[in-house]
Each structure stands twice: as structure tokens, then as C-alpha cells.
Design a protein around this ligand. Structure first.
Ligand code: ADP
Ligand code: ASP
Ligand code: MG
Length: 407
């Protein structure tokens, strides 16, 4: 007997037939003698619609009310799945975040999980019931509903797996594993049987949304065994494992892209000590995460400062910067949301030179202009015009020898 967390994403829960399919998969694991807890997302498209309603009413909406709205999608699917399970004879009960409880901090819209209580759910599982837990949501210290950031149901699954001491955390989705890049963009992407926590963390953080970044971080910290597999086919999936469980370490193991960022340039910022601290301090205070940063020194003692922020945070960033204009003294704010970040990731980069050169040359050959560059020990990222996303990802996939046989 194993104790398993099974997580089903939005496409897997998209309509009643699919919810019945999920219920049958859960029943199979229960019939095999396992203790199962399920975590679900909202139906595909629901969260996007809920987010859009908040944005349309006010781009600078109150994040506490945003959470009240966007957390509703998962309330629907936990109830429906519990009914579907009961209908096929599997005792099941739905759980919202506050009921578990999944405790978080105050950072509404992207709250961090501080504690998950597993005892009650363990007792229910031992009594033969399947808890169906709402992904994406928790409860803030003041008792209000909080959400964990987009894609946060993966994190819900991993923290639950850690709290109930599960043997495995199976993430069921609409692809059958983790690939060298998004298989929807590159049909010749190859499925990876195993990938290290470090590489998956880096890929997720630069946009491979098959797993949410913080879920990988948490899995790595809490030693949760994560497997990604298909909701629709019975095939082996991909395992996220320790680096030393992987025999062959390719130089580049994957390519990711993100269209979720926007570029901001502050024109003619005075070039004096403390300016960067002021600008980025302001953004941090407005709860805006900054990613890539470049600064060009002008001849006249002023500089242009360019950086990227989450596209969803762009209005908040512009607002915070605009208010601080007299204090900082820049000439203009230019915002460009039509950008994409393309990244190559691989542990082998630690010991091999030339990965960045291959990337720059490949993009140059395709006539793609690089706007910003950033690197880490196992990653190189570039910012390009969004229209070039697919061309860039495909060309790089080929250039690093990642292409599998033609589909
Ligand atoms: P879910 O709703 O099940 O959480 P997501 O849409 O969040 O599903 O994540 C699955 C999607 O991630 C796939 O449909 C695929 O397009 C995308 N994806 C991006 N990069 C990768 C990758 N390297 N391997 C597999 N899928 C990827
Ligand atoms: N429903 C949430 C979202 O779309 C959480 C998730 O699906 O993981 O972001
Ligand atoms: Mg997801």
C-alpha cells in the first residue's frame, strides 16, 4: 500500500466527462489498496476568466478581493469531483484551503504557504475516505482566502504530499511528461524519463509551465517524489529526481519560453549611487517582482535602465514608478508587453563553455534581435520580440541537438 497525492490540472477537469475520467483514475488507485488524496484545479479557462473580470473592473484592484474571486474556480471542481467519486462508490469529501487548513502569509495573489496540517486528512484517508482538496488556495493569517499564484495547484499538491507524508505526488496533466521543450511548440521535442530538481526548477522559473516553480522548489526541499503523467493515456511519465540519479548529463537539457513578462525602460535616470536601490525598492514595496535588468551608461551622466516585470504586474509597476518620478528624476517610462524570454537550461553548462555563443549565433542566423540577456550557473536567457518566440525555440532546439525523430 502506498499513500499517494494525485493532482489533476484544468484540462483534466474541463467538463463532466473529464471529471468522470478523473474519478475512474482515482478509483483505480483506491481499488489497488492505496490511500489517496486528490488536489484539483479549476476547469480550464475558468481562472483566466475570473482574472480578466478583476482586471477589466480595475487594473489596480485590491488583491484581497482578487483572491476572493479567483479562488472560486477550485470550489466548483472539488465539489463536482467528490460527487463523481461518490457516484461510483468511492467515499469522498471536498476540502477548501481554509478547511485543511493550508496556511499562507499575507501576500494575496501570490501567497507563500507557511504550514499545512495533515492530521485530519490522514485520519480520513485511514478511515477509507478520499479527500478532494482545492488547489491554488489557502487561508491568510487574518482568516481571508488567499491564492498561491497562477499554476499554484501544483504547489498545493506538493505541500499536501509533504504534510501527509505521501510516498508519491503524481501530477496528471494534458501532456504525458516533461519534454525537452513545450511539445505544443516543437513537435520534435523529446520526453525525459527523468529530470533533476535543479534543472526542472530552472526550467519552471523561466516559463516551462508544466510544473509551477515553487512546487519544484518545495519538492526539492521536502524530498517529495514528483511524477508528471497524462490524465488521458496510460503511459509512464517523467520523474523529478536528485541529480545523482541521472546517469547522462547533457549540456543543455531543455528550452523554455515565457510570454508572461513585459519590458520597462526608464529613460535618462540620473546616474548616482542609490538610484537602483530606490527604483527596485519601490517596485518591491508594490509587490512587483523584477527579473532581467540592464543599465546603459549615457555620456551625459544619465543612464537608461531596462528591466522586466510580470505582465500582470505592469500596471502596478508603472503606477508605482510614476508616483516616484519627482524623487527618482527620470525622463520617461517606456513599457513594451510584446516581448518573450527564451531560455536554455542544463546542468552541463557548469563545465562547458560556448553554450551562450551557440544561442546568440543561432538567433542571429534567424535575424532575431536580442534585447536583454541574463545568465545563471545553469541557464542563459534572452529577451526577444514576442513574434519570434516559436521560431527562436525551434531553432535553438535543433541547434543544441535536442530534436527527436520527426513526429
Ligand atoms: P495543468 O492545467 O494540467 O496544470 P498546464 O497547462 O499548467 O497544465 O501545464 C501543462 C502544459 O505545459 C502542457 O500542455 C505544455 O504545453 C506546457 N509545457 C511547457 N513546457 C513544457 C515541457 N518542457 N514539457 C511538457 N510540457 C510543457
Ligand atoms: N486554476 C489556477 C490557475 O489557473 C491554478 C492552477 O491551475 O494550477 O492558475
Ligand atoms: Mg499547471
Amino acid at each position: 500500500m502506498s499513500r499517494i497525492v494525485m493532482k489533476f490540472g484544468g484540462t483534466s477537469m474541463a467538463d463532466l466527462d473529464r471529471i468522470r475520467n478523473v474519478a475512474n483514475r482515482v478509483k483505480r488507485e483506491v481499488d489497488a489498496g492505496n490511500e489517496v488524496a486528490v488536489v484539483v484545479s479549476a476547469m480550464a479557462g475558468t481562472t483566466n476568466q475570473l482574472v480578466k473580470w478583476c482586471q477589466d473592473l480595475s487594473p489596480l484592484h485590491d488583491p484581497r478581493e482578487y483572491d476572493v474571486v479567483v479562488a472560486t474556480g477550485e470550489q466548483v471542481t472539488i465539489g463536482l469531483l467528490a460527487i463523481a467519486l461518490q457516484t461510483i462508490g468511492v467515499p469522498a469529501r471536498s476540502w477548501q484551503g481554509w478547511q485543511v487548513p493550508v496556511r499562507t502569509d499575507h501576500a494575496h495573489g501570490k501567497a507563500r504557504v507557511t504550514e499545512v496540517e495533515g492530521e485530519t486528512l490522514i485520519a480520513r484517508m485511514q478511515a477509507g475516505e478520499v479527500p478532494v482538496v482545492a488547489g491554488f488556495q489557502g487561508v491568510a493569517p487574518d482568516g481571508r482566502v488567499s491564492t498561491l499564484g497562477r499554476g499554484g495547484s501544483d504547489l498545493s499538491a506538493v505541500v499536501l504530499a509533504a504534510a501527509i507524508k505521501a510516498d508519491r505526488c503524481d501530477i496528471y496533466t494534458d501532456v504525458d511528461g516533461i519534454y525537452t521543450t513545450d511539445p505544443r511548440i516543437v513537435p520534435r521535442a523529446r520526453k525525459l524519463d527523468r529530470i533533476s530538481y535543479e534543472e526542472m526548477l530552472e526550467l519552471a522559473s523561466v516559463g516551462a509551465k508544466v510544473l509551477q516553480t515553487r512546487s519544484v522548489e518545495m519538492a526539492m526541499k521536502a524530498r517529495v517524489r514528483v511524477q508528471v503523467l497524462s490524465s488521458f493515456e496510460d503511459k509512464p511519465g517523467s520523474l523529478v529526481v536528485d541529480e545523482d540519479e541521472i546517469m547522462e548529463k547533457p549540456i543543455v537539457s531543455g528550452i523554455a519560453y515565457s510570454r508572461d513578462e513585459a519590458k520597462v525602460t526608464l529613460r535618462r535616470v540620473p546616474d548616482r549611487p542609490g538610484i537602483a536601490a530606490t527604483v527596485f525598492g519601490l517596485l518591491a514595496a508594490a509587490n512587483v517582482n523584477v527579473d532581467m535588468i540592464v543599465q546603459n551608461l549615457g555620456a551625459d551622466g544619465s543612464t537608461d535602465m531596462t528591466f522586466t516585470v510580470g505582465r500582470a504586474d505592469l500596471a502596478r509597476a508603472q503606477d508605482a514608478l510614476d508616483k516616484a518620478r519627482p524623487e527618482v528624476g527620470f525622463e520617461a517610462i517606456l513599457a513594451d508587453p510584446d516581448v518573450a524570454k527564451i531560455s536554455v537550461v542544463g546542468i552541463g553548462m557548469r563545465s562547458h563553455a560556448g553554450v551562450a555563443t551557440t544561442m546568440f549565433r543561432t538567433l542571429a542566423e534567424k535575424g532575431i534581435n536580442i534585447q536583454v540577456i541574463s545568465t545563471s550557473e545553469i541557464k542563459v536567457s534572452v529577451l526577444v520580440a514576442a513574434d519570434y518566440t516559436e521560431l527562436a525555440v525551434r531553432a535553438l532546439h535543433t541547434a543544441y541537438g535536442l530534436d527527436g525523430p520527426a513526429a
